[in-house]
Write a new protein. Structure first.
Length: 82
């Protein structure tokens, strides 16, 4: 994390679109590497499959279906940028 002047804070808030998903990021706090699109796609696929499985289980148990909501994903092993 690094500090920037208050006049530039809004420039660090970005929204990226990849694999049909919106990623809302604060570049003052995170590292994003577009070269990892394949890994991002793999994670999106896994999250979608897990959500579908959860929704299917909700229907089988006759509970209310899972609503669409945001998903926060943290990659603890992201490493260091180039």
């Amino acid at each position: 994390q690094f500090k920037i002047g208050p006049e530039h804070e809004s420039l660090m808030q970005v929204e990226l679109k990849e694999h049909g998903c919106r990623f809302q990021l604060d570049f003052a706090k995170v590292y994003w590497n577009s070269r990892l699109q394949g890994e991002h796609g793999r994670l999106v696929k896994q999250i979608v499959e897990d959500a579908a499985r959860k929704c299917s289980n909700d229907h089988q148990n006759q509970t209310s279906p899972t609503s669409i909501r945001e998903c926060i994903v943290a990659d603890a092993m992201a490493g260091v940028g180039p």
